[in-house]
Each structure stands twice: as structure tokens, then as C-alpha cells.
Design a protein around this ligand. Sequence first.
Ligand SMILES: Cc1cc2nc3c(=O)[nH]c(=O)nc-3n(C[C@H](O)[C@H](O)[C@H](O)COP(=O)(O)OP(=O)(O)OC[C@H]3O[C@@H](n4cnc5c(N)ncnc54)[C@H](O)[C@@H]3O)c2cc1C
Ligand code: FES
Length: 280
Amino acid sequence: MVHTKAEILINQMIAPDHFKMVLRLKDFRGSVKPGQFFHIRAGSDYDPLLRRPLSIHRIGNSTDIIEILYKVVGKGTQLMSRRSKDTYLDVIGPLGNGFKIAKRQRNFIIVAGGMGVAPLLGLCDELAKFRKKNIAVILGAKTADYIVCEKEFRDLKATVLVATEDGSRGVKGLVTDVLADTIKRFDLRETGIKLGAKNTSELTIANYQPGATLYTCGCKAMLEQVAKICRRYNLEAQASLEERMGCGLGACMGCVVNTVSGYKRVCKDGPVFELGEIIF
Ligand SMILES: Cc1cc2nc3c(=O)[nH]c(=O)nc-3n(C[C@H](O)[C@H](O)[C@H](O)COP(=O)(O)OP(=O)(O)OC[C@H]3O[C@@H](n4cnc5c(N)ncnc54)[C@H](O)[C@@H]3O)c2cc1C
Ligand code: FES
């Protein structure tokens, strides 16, 4: 983790209120992992005082180049959206633990609700390096305008499924509506053969074996539903959580969440947790 300046190489609107920012971290030679985040001073002075936590969206060819994907929601992100190329941001990072990559696994499901997509594309970059893998990505948003990164996931050879609340793109409904169906398809393609089922009707939940690792990020209500589905199908799952943050360094306890092993700090113990450990 370093406290450094980051030069803005690109700060570009890619969808209504959604911006992609490419940063070059000054004098940075460390490592960065998908799922980690940077704590960023949005303005050029101390207003606003608190830094804004933003995930690493993608990692460049060298680790001093990182992409951030952010949605303008308030004062800090509004200020960031007005920052011009060649100016510098004050950043601390990379912070947090990042996703654990399940190297023995070949089937991956990525579930992104809205801006939850931000940390998941960089993760998909890593997963796509595996040989013989199946990656299913479920992207959800209110309307088609807010579905971002679909092409980037497809370029990584992922199967992409889209859900929009108003039905303007893909399935009308929520990502969780699409999820159970996707799990069944993974089941048929992978464990169906292993189990020797002669036809699909022989495959039931009773003979289902865990066949995929799931990664997710989105609002708490969505994560709670995803957790229920994962429990039902006995799926391993990791979730990147968002909580309001003060220090971002583990000192102020401003970002705690309740888990089966007590309160945990999202900034220091997370932001990625085993989904089954979160108490909603
Ligand atoms: C680990 C982590 C990673 C994140 N990654 C991304 C990302 O990649 N892209 C993205 O668009 N957003 C991300 N968020 C959410 C992002 O931090 C907030 O949208 C942002 O801080 C809002 O700042 P604001 O000043 O524009 O909004 P305001 O509402 O004016 O912010 C007021 C205060 O609330 C906090 N806050 C508001 N919304 C959130 C939120 N959803 N989560 C946490 N704190 C919030 C702000 O940091 C600030 O301290 C992440 C949050 C966390 C905790
Ligand atoms: S923000 Fe201070 S402990 Fe997490």
C-alpha cells in the first residue's frame, strides 16, 4: 500500500453518469489484485474531507496503470468527473484483500448488479487466463442504458446474460431471476456427465454437486438473494461489499459488517468476503 499521486490519463463518460478513469500511479512498483480498491481524494484540496473508496476495475500491462469505473452519485464523484486529463489525484492503495482465485475450478459465474460490475471485469481478466474454463456473466441494471462492460466480457469469451428491470435489454427482471437458471445449465454441462445422467430429467437438485465458483458485487438486497441461491445449490461464493468508509485503513471501525465470526471491517478484512459468512 502506498500514498501517492496518480496522473489521470483518461477520464471519459461511457454511459449516462458512468465514467472510466485510467490512472498512472507515480513511483508504484507493487502488486495489485482484482477486488482491491483505492481510497481517493476526489478534489484538489481537502473538500470533501473524506476520501472515496473505488475498486480497481482493470489492471494495465504494468501494475502502475489502473482503471477505475465509477458512477456519479454525489459531491465526490461529481468532482472526479470534472477532473481533466494530465491532472493528479491523491490516492492511497491498493487496499483490502481482493478476490481469491479458485485455481482448481473451471466453472465461474459472475453476478453484477449495477455498478457492482466495477471490480468484476478485472477479475474476469484473471479468470480468462485459465485454460478450459467456462465463465458465465450475469449483468443487471435498471435499464439498457446502464448495462456497461458487456462487450469487454464477451471479448474475454464469457457467456454474457443481461437482465434489466424494465425489460429494455435481455431478460425482464433481476439478475437473481437469471442466476438459478444459469446454475442449472452449468450443472448439465459439467456434473451431468460426471454423474452419468442419461437425460436432463434425471438431474435433480438431490444429485447436484458443486460445479462452479461464484463472484458477485452489488447492493445488499441483491447479495442477500444471491446468498440464498448459493446456499440452496451449495455453491462457493465471494462477494465484494460496499460500506461507507472513514479512514479506509482499519483504524476507525466506520465500515464494519456483521458476519458469522463477528464484526469485520470492510476496508481491512474485506472488501471481499465469503458470501455465506455475511449476516444480512
Ligand atoms: C470497497 C468499495 C469499492 C467501491 N468501488 C466502487 C466503484 O468501483 N465504482 C463506483 O462507482 N462506486 C464504488 N464504490 C462506491 C463509492 O465509494 C461511492 O459511490 C462514492 O464514495 C460516493 O461518493 P460521493 O461523494 O459521490 O457521494 P455522496 O453520497 O455525496 O457521499 C457521501 C459519503 O458517503 C459515502 N458513500 C456514498 N455512497 C457510498 C457507497 N455506495 N459505498 C460506500 N460509501 C458510499 C461516500 O464515500 C462519502 O463518504 C465503492 C465502495 C466501496 C466501499
Ligand atoms: S473505514 Fe476506518 S476501519 Fe474501515
